[in-house]
Ligand binder design. Structure first.
Ligand code: ADP
Length: 366
C-alpha cells in the first residue's frame, strides 16, 4: 500500500464565537506514527475529526498525498478512525463487526472472508470471530475496533484516545502492540492523547497543542530537551522554572536576577529569547545535591538550599528544596546504602549550565 502524507495548511475552525483551531499548520510524513498531545479542550479531537471529515474547517486546506480533500465526504476519504468508545455493534459478532465495512462496500464474499480472517489474525484474535463484544475484555474490544478499521485498508489511520478506557498495565501492553501493528502495516497514523508518556513512548513525532494552537512539533526527545516555551516545558515532563529580569547580556552570557534568589550568570544558547524577563528551566534529574560544604565540581552552579520534602520512589528520591524564595525539584538516583536527606537538612544544589534552557518569561513572547 502506498504511504501518504497528511498536511494541514492554515486551518481555522470556530464553534460560534469560540476559535477552537487557530491557524493549524502541520505536515505528517508518509508512514509516520504521529501524536497530537495536549490538555483537555486544547482542540486535539476537533482536529482529528476534521481530518476524518466529520468537522468542516472555516478556512484552510487539508491535503492527503498532496491532494486537497477538504470537500470530500468522510466515507470517500479512505481514512479509518478508531473512537475512544470503540463503537462496536453489540448485537453483532466480532466477525460481523469487522466485516461490516467491506460488506457496505459490496466486496465479494470470498474476499470478505479472507480479509476479515487476516485482520483478526493481525490483531491476535483469530479464534474470536463468533463472540459478541460483551464477551470480550476491554483490550480485546479495542483490538476488534482496530481490526474493523484496518480491514478496509485505509491510507490514514486516526486514533482518538485509543487506550484511555484500559487499565494502566493493559495500556502499556496495548501501546506496544499498536506501535508494532503500525510498523508492520506502514500506515500513516495520527493519534490523540493527553498522556505524555503514551505519546513519548510511541510517536515518531508529536505536536503539543494548547488553546487551539500548535505550540511545538518535534520528536519526543527534541520536545523534552528543547521545549520552545514554558507550556511545552511543563506539559512534556516535569520542569523547574526560575524566572528573573535580564540584568546584562552579551553574545555569550546572560546575567539573570532570579526572583527571590539572586543573580545567576548563564551561557546564552543560540535560540535564547530576546525578552526582558527569562525563565531558566531545567529538569529535576539534572540537579545535583550535596551536603553543605561538600561541593566541588566547578561544572555546576551551586546554590544553598533547605530540604522541604523528600519522596522515596525506589529508583530515585524526589526532593523539594527551598532556595531563597523558590522551590526546586531535584531527583537523585538511589543506590543501596545512600542516605536520604530529611526535611530541614541544609544542602547545596548544583545546576549544570549546559542543562539549563532559557525560555521567554511568563506571558512574554520571544
Ligand atoms: P480535546 O480533544 O483537546 O480535549 P476538543 O477538540 O474536544 O478538545 O475541544 C476543543 C474545544 O472545542 C473545547 O473548548 C470544546 O468545549 C469545544 N467544542 C468541541 N466540540 C464542540 C461542539 N460540537 N460545539 C461547541 N464547542 C465544541
Amino acid at each position: 500500500m502506498k504511504k501518504v502524507s497528511v498536511e494541514c495548511r492554515n486551518i481555522k475552525l470556530s464553534y460560534g464565537k469560540t476559535e477552537v483551531l487557530k491557524d493549524i499548520n502541520l505536515r505528517i510524513e508518509p508512514g509516520e506514527f504521529f501524536a497530537l498531545l495536549g490538555p483537555s479542550g486544547s482542540g486535539k479531537s476537533t482536529l482529528l475529526r476534521l481530518i476524518a471529515g466529520f468537522n468542516q474547517a472555516d478556512s484552510g486546506q487539508l491535503l492527503v498525498d498532496g491532494k486537497d480533500i477538504s470537500t470530500i465526504a468522510p466515507h470517500k476519504r479512505n481514512i479509518g478512525m478508531v473512537f475512544q468508545s470503540y463503537a462496536l455493534w453489540p448485537h453483532m459478532t466480532v466477525w460481523d463487526n469487522v466485516a461490516f465495512g467491506l460488506i457496505e462496500r459490496r466486496t465479494p464474499r470470498a474476499e470478505v472472508n479472507a480479509r476479515v480472517a487476516a485482520a483478526l489474525e493481525l490483531v491476535g484474535l483469530p479464534q474470536y470471530g463468533k463472540r459478541r463484544p460483551n464477551e470480550l475484555s476491554g483490550g480485546q474490544q479495542q483490538r476488534v475496533a482496530l481490526a474493523r478499521t484496518i480491514v478496509i485498508e485505509p491510507q490514514v489511520l486516526l486514533l482518538d484516545e485509543p487506550l484511555s478506557n484500559l487499565d494502566k498495565n493493559l495500556r502499556v501492553q496495548m501501546r506496544q502492540e499498536l506501535l508494532s501493528l503500525q510498523r508492520r502495516l506502514g500506515i500513516t497514523t495520527i493519534f490523540v492523547t493527553h498522556d505524555q508518556e503514551e505519546a513519548m513512548t510511541t510517536a515518531d513525532r508529536m505536536a503539543v497543542m494548547d488553546l487551539g494552537v500548535i505550540q511545538q512539533i518535534g520528536s519526543p526527545s527534541t520536545l523534552f530537551d528543547f521545549p520552545c516555551n514554558r507550556f511545552v516545558a511543563n506539559f512534556v515532563g516535569t520542569m523547574n522554572v526560575l524566572e528573573g529580569d535580564v540584568k546584562a547580556r552579551n553574545s555569550n552570557n546572560i546575567i539573570l536576577s532570579i526572583d527571590g534568589v539572586g543573580d545567576l550568570s548563564l551561557p546564552l544558547h543560540t535560540d535564547a529569547p530576546a525578552t526582558s524577563r527569562i525563565s531558566a528551566s531545567f529538569r529535576p534529574h539534572t540537579v545535583q545535591m550535596e551536603a553543605v560544604g561538600g561541593q566541588g565540581n566547578a561544572r555546576f552552579i551551586w546554590l544553598p538550599g533547605v530540604v522541604e520534602r523528600s519522596e522515596f520512589l525506589g529508583e530515585f528520591t524526589r526532593y523539594e528544596v527551598r532556595v531563597g524564595e523558590q522551590c526546586i525539584t531535584a531527583d537523585q538516583t538511589h543506590y543501596a546504602g545512600l542516605s536520604i536527606y530529611r526535611p530541614g537538612a541544609s544542602v547545596s544544589i548544583g545546576l549544570e549550565a549546559a542543562q539549563i534552557r532559557l525560555l521567554a518569561g511568563e506571558g512574554q513572547s520571544s
